[in-house]
Design a protein around this ligand. Structure first.
Ligand code: FAD
Length: 287
């Protein structure tokens, strides 16, 4: 199929893009990498009157260190994140996850702003934004505002943006941890995840002093498992810790079922991935 008729504008500034959305009166849609939006247009599941192409706004594409955070511009491609030495050294879980994002051709075009805004419950970057406690900077007619990643994802494929707002950049706090892992299961490598987990720990001797845990593919939004993070602080680290962690994770999540996998299978998968992730996180501890 072909898209319904639309007008096309290609602003070169963020203000210009917001103005174009405002002028479209609720009928505008932003185009970034187009990897999710173009299929929706072709199937006529989205019928915007105006397409506002962000690709000419050069200031939206960057990865930079800002003190104890890494800032990423909304138009930064998945492939740039995957290949960035800064991401590899400061956000290692993100570095490990990026090769699971779709296929190379899609990673060459898809952007972080597009992935977060599309809010697919089985997409890696939305989950990573929760995992790191990221903050999104969005620009609209009344200027900029910050949104915590935990407030951004409202439901499957639904975010909390106003129609005239654009995600411009995302700041990821750097975790001061010494062990981490990312595990994912998909039917074919590069497909959307059936289930996935990200783990990061700061371990000293037989204790976990601080932990981060997030999962995706199992609910309508990605989930940060704060209760599991807290409980990890109360258990002793030994050979049983990965099994105990898997129990904590599966007890705190009630997986969804769909045509790709039953709820029972996803729940089982999540336990297996959790065990494997904790084994890796504890075995790769940097002292
Ligand atoms: C076959 C296939 C497999 C895929 N597999 C995976 C996968 O395994 N994991 C994964 O994470 N993703 C996967 N994707 C999705 C891919 O990562 C997309 O790139 C991503 O979801 C959307 O990014 P985009 O830049 O292409 O956004 P677009 O398609 O251009 O836009 C997507 C949506 O976000 C809005 N939008 C875009 N940028 C902004 C912004 N800056 N501010 C506000 N709104 C904005 C658009 O208006 C649109 O509604 C897959 C896609 C395909 C086609």
């Amino acid at each position: 199929m072909k898209p319904a008729k639309f007008d096309y504008v290609a602003p070169t500034t963020v203000d210009g893009a917001v103005e174009a959305l405002r002028a479209a009166n609720g009928e505008g849609k932003v185009l970034a990498g187009g990897q999710s939006l173009l299929p929706l247009l072709n199937f006529r599941m989205a019928r915007p009157a105006v397409l506002v192409d962000l690709n000419g706004i050069k200031e939206l594409s960057f990865i930079e260190l800002r003190g104890d955070r890494v800032a990423i511009g909304a138009l930064t491609r998945h492939r740039e994140i995957e290949q960035s030495p800064l991401i590899a050294s400061k956000l290692p879980v993100m570095a490990a996850a990026m090769r699971h994002v779709a296929h190379l051709a899609i990673r060459n075009r898809g952007t972080i702003g597009g992935s977060l805004s599309h809010a697919d419950p089985a997409a890696e970057l939305p989950m990573l934004s929760l995992f790191y406690g990221a903050e999104l900077s969005v620009h609209g007619p009344s200027g900029r505002r910050a949104i915590a990643a935990e407030d951004f994802f409202v439901d499957a494929l639904t975010n909390c943006l106003e129609p005239e707002e654009i995600v411009v950049e995302i700041e990821f706090p750097i975790l001061q941890h010494n062990g981490c892992a990312f595990e994912e299961a998909a039917r074919r490598f590069g497909d959307f995840a059936l289930a996935s987990i990200a783990v990061s720990v700061r371990r000293s001797e037989a204790r976990i002093d601080d932990a981060r845990v997030a999962v995706m593919g199992v609910a309508d939004t990605p989930l940060r498992l704060r209760e599991v993070e807290r409980e990890l602080g109360a258990i002793e680290v030994n050979d049983q810790t990965p099994d105990r962690f898997a129990e904590l994770v599966t007890a705190s999540v009630s997986a969804n079922g769909d045509l790709h996998a039953s709820a029972e299978y996803r729940q089982h998968l999540l336990g297996q991935l959790a065990r494997r992730a904790m084994q890796t996180a504890l075995s790769e501890v940097i002292r």
